[in-house]
Write a new protein. Sequence first.
Length: 368
Amino acid sequence: MIGRVQRESDGRRDAPVVRADAGVSYVMPVLNERGYLRRAVESVLAQETGGPIELILALGPSTDGTTELARELAAADPRIVLVANPAADIPVGLNLAIRTGRYPTIIRVDAHSELAEGYALRALETLARVRAANVGGVMRAEGRTPFQRAVARAYNSPFGLGGGAYHGGTVEGEAESAYLGVLRRSVLEEVGGFDESIRRGEDWELNLRIRRAGYRVWFDPDLSVTYWPRESWSRLGRQFVATGRWRGELVRRFGRGNSVRFFAPPLLVLNLVLALLVGVGQAAGLITGTLGLIASLVYLPITAYVVLIVAVALGRGGGTGWRDRLWTAAVLPTMHLAWGAGFLVGVLRGADDTVDTSRLGQRNTPLP
């Protein structure tokens, strides 16, 4: 166990420690989550913190009955507070909820996730012990259908989402970002809250500012959150295109502040495009001889990628049975290629007003 944290020698600033009974404000942006909201809320209200709590739901313009369910839940428990988020954007909703809250520690929660038993108490203890400004744990994806379970396996695999600590890390320590996050309100206010011009990746950007302000962002593998991923292929694709495009925007804004791992999917997409061009050239007789042999090297990374996909699908991470393994083999390249294509567009053109429409049926934007 880590008992002491280097403070002066590493140049880091200690976040303030508050009284154990000072209270916690949970903040949750919500949009079209009727099938998940009740269990998410129940997992929050069951948490022990040693002090008072409140759960603030920032309600976007849902069309599936989510708002009505939220009102029902709030009527049954005075700890639930509702605020309207007509813009529907996650960072806008988070800032609205944070400003509405009263307590010095903020715990971000998601309507598509459930907190493990003891999550809040452990996070508060870790915040105080290491004097971090933000603490997060492991995102454990789960699924209810064969497709959703395949997506969950991809999320939980280092090959699926690139090996960030919260996708299965086991070593406690400083981190680049935190999944959801348990934050000190004073630090959040100092760095200016969530950037409302960023619609995806807003948590990564906030943690970048927290780290640049000198504070620690901390990963604790003993913290666990269950996450329910998208339920259909089209929704998964739309989610990853939007997320990739916003990562491209963040690369435009922050350059070298981005991890090298973010560049793997777009390189795969570029490799595929180049291989297609080479293949057409070879088939047309335009690329032949020694040049053709050299150009054929472009197929090697693709071959290695396919072999890796097959190995993952056939291995323990592919699930059980042929159907699970086929879904795994289909989901992984869907995630990588959608994200990589979105990234390239984001780098070249920016994210503009791109939104994640995967919670919105066939609508192109949640904005009124």
